[in-house]
Design a protein around this ligand. Sequence first.
Ligand SMILES: Cc1ncc(COP(=O)(O)O)c(C=O)c1O
Length: 390
Amino acid sequence: MKFNKTIEDSPTLQFAEAVNRRRQRGEEILSLGLGEPDFATPEILTDALAKAAAMPSSSRYSSPLGLPSLRQKISDDLVRRCGLPCRMDNVVITPGTKAALQLVLMALLQPGDEVVFITPAYVSYEPQIYIAEQKAVVKTVDLSHTDYTLSMERLAQVVSPRTKAIILNTPHNPTGTMLPKPLLCDIYDLARNNNAYIISDEIYERLVFSEMSHFSIGSCESEVENVITVGGFGKSMAVTGWRVGYCVVSKSLLPKINKLQQHINTNTATVLQQALDLAWPLPTSHLELYNATMRDRVAMYKQFLAANPILRGSNPQGGFFSFLNIGNTGLNSIDFTTRLVARTGVAATAGRAFSPLWDDHVRLSLAVDSKILAEAFCRMSDFIISLKQC
Ligand SMILES: Cc1ncc(COP(=O)(O)O)c(C=O)c1O
């Protein structure tokens, strides 16, 4: 394929490499950068992986769609927990959520199709759209810069019969906010009225630590049709490196996804699928602990904001992240993060990575050991004071 300027390196992965290089040079870095859980992989999963590895069938190809027993379990789980109207033959197991998104976009997009997503946005949406279809047209809707809410009116102005898909992400990377059920129901109607698909990225759906409940927009349908739900196990089970995700698609879309999977990935690593299958029902106690810990970390983050009135920020409800408005410091997000890491050793992700319009923000991962987070907030407060003195 021809690479054009819209496809660049992933800023968050580049960031991780830069942090690693600094650490290799012996620098002490407190990284609030990457979105990786700071809790250990539950033992039931690592034990299951060892058992799976001993099974001869695990070293062989699986069906491109995934192990039937695991597809069934994922489907049952999504019906029970999220109210999705899915059956096993709507589920395709993919090498990570990112691969699910890519296969779906490749299956859907034709030249000239418009894809709408909300900014700030997960860094891979735009490149993945162009990888799927160079002549796709990207349309974005900005969250409110004051309270990070999504305006239905603004979305309705952008969605039209030319829209092939609207990508949603709740809980949201990078703000940590969640879309409320009534708004999601309105978005569902808007998409239906324009004959558009909704691609609902629910990778953080089990990481909710507020009074909000996660609502799966796919539950608005009585059978899987226009809503494509994507998710994965990396974040909630602390197995980001395993690369196992899934998409839930209509029966008419499934054969296309199947062909793409056959020719691109063949299948998701059988041994990992087998491990998840053996470990089922997946553990939940670590999630309860995580969500309780996150409530404390959000409280720390709010104290940090209160102590530095020059800053504002999102109110995280789920996922890993908070989004900090550093506009009043007079620095853009690249200058802020560059100086911050050089002077304090605290690494954060520049808001520009999530859209050029959010260059006055930085993303902080709260999925970091609480003591390290407390130290990072202390150093950041000193940094903010030092900026005021310049
Ligand atoms: C919103 C969002 N979607 C998708 C992904 C990709 O997830 P995976 O690692 O399962 O491919 C990420 C990863 O950070 C993400 O934040």
